[in-house]
Design a binder for this molecule. Structure first.
Ligand SMILES: [Fe+2]
Ligand SMILES: [Fe+2]
Length: 313
């Protein structure tokens, strides 16, 4: 664990946030379809993807023998369920308002998760009750959570998004989600190890996750470009990503790959990625999280008062 986080051990609890996307423009990073639509892929992926996390964790919970880890895993599950629901709200409101039918993309994703990573992969009967298969899925979640923790830490430290005039509601959604990813970043890895996951398996899972994420992001970005009348012609993923990264509105591709490489180190610990204190500080000031703490009533930030960013000490 990050030494600065040693004294912030706390209970992981969900925050029942709500977002109002009724004024969010299609290019919510203004004039920057590259950054908007690469990040929109997350909105397309999370509803089905994080609900799949929850299904796997529901299988794992009764088998956890360490009470503290079970408590963390329950908190993780409840946070991920709310992440899934909140990004589902983006699909229902933001996309529908702009006349974009996301079903062709999300249906395939849903089908793929059930077909390849469900209880009976490829219809085989052995998956459902197999501890081996459960461990593989927990390993895949741990590898994905490494990226989400990395992206969460990045979005908390991306002042270019504020300077670019990013829609404050979408930015708060990303930073609230990112902060909770940083907050629970050790749980998936700890759980994978609790189920007997080792180093070689971890490398294998990350080796599968990298191309999966690249392909999904590439398809999602292209899907969005084709549906945004002002986005221009879709480019390849790397050119699109580089365009957003040059403005600081996407993480550098090189830094993202270096982060993936850290997962392969034998002494890897997700606690070193990001700061729990910074994440909790953002959650104290996130408009949606604050509203949730006071009964769930939405207080919409105005464009002149975007959610403030916390700078690490
Ligand atoms: Fe999440
Ligand atoms: Fe997560």
């Amino acid at each position: 664990m990050n030494p600065t986080d040693a004294d912030v051990r706390h209970r992981i609890l969900p925050r029942h946030v709500r977002f109002d996307f009724s004024h969010t423009p299609i290019q919510w990073v203004p004039g920057d379809p590259a950054s908007t639509h690469v990040m929109n892929t997350l909105n397309l992926m999370f509803p089905a993807g994080e609900m799949w996390f929850c299904r796997v964790y529901n299988k794992a919970l009764p088998l956890i023998t360490d009470p503290a880890l079970r408590d963390d895993a329950e908190g993780f599950l409840r946070q991920e369920a709310l992440h899934s629901r909140s990004h589902g709200g983006v699909l229902r409101h933001y996309y529908q308002r702009h006349g974009i039918d996301t079903a062709p993309f999300t249906r395939v994703l849903d089908w793929s998760l059930n077909r390849w990573l469900g209880d009976r992969p490829w219809g085989l009967p052995w998956g459902g009750k197999s501890r081996f298969w459960l461990r593989q899925r927990l390993g895949i979640i741990a590898a994905l959570e490494h990226f989400f923790g990395y992206l969460g830490n990045w979005v908390l430290n991306a002042p270019a998004l504020d300077q670019a005039g990013t829609d404050p509601v979408m930015l708060d959604l990303l930073r609230w989600h990112g902060a909770e990813e940083v907050e629970h970043r050790t749980v998936a890895y700890d759980l994978y190890r609790h189920f007997g996951g080792g180093y070689l398996g971890r490398c294998l899972h990350m080796a599968c996750v990298i191309p999966l994420l690249l392909v999904t992001t590439s398809l999602g970005t292209r899907f969005m470009y084709r549906r945004d009348p002002n986005a221009g012609k879709p480019m390849g993923l790397f050119r699109t990503w580089a365009q957003g990264a040059r403005r600081g509105c996407l993480p550098s591709l090189w830094d993202t790959l270096k982060s993936a490489a850290r997962f392969f180190k034998p002494g890897y610990s997700p606690g070193h990625e990001g700061s729990t204190q910074q994440a909790l500080a953002y959650l104290q000031q996130s408009p949606a999280a604050r509203a949730a703490a006071h009964g769930g009533h939405w207080v919409k930030p105005t464009p002149t008062q975007p959610p403030a960013m916390t700078t690490p000490a």
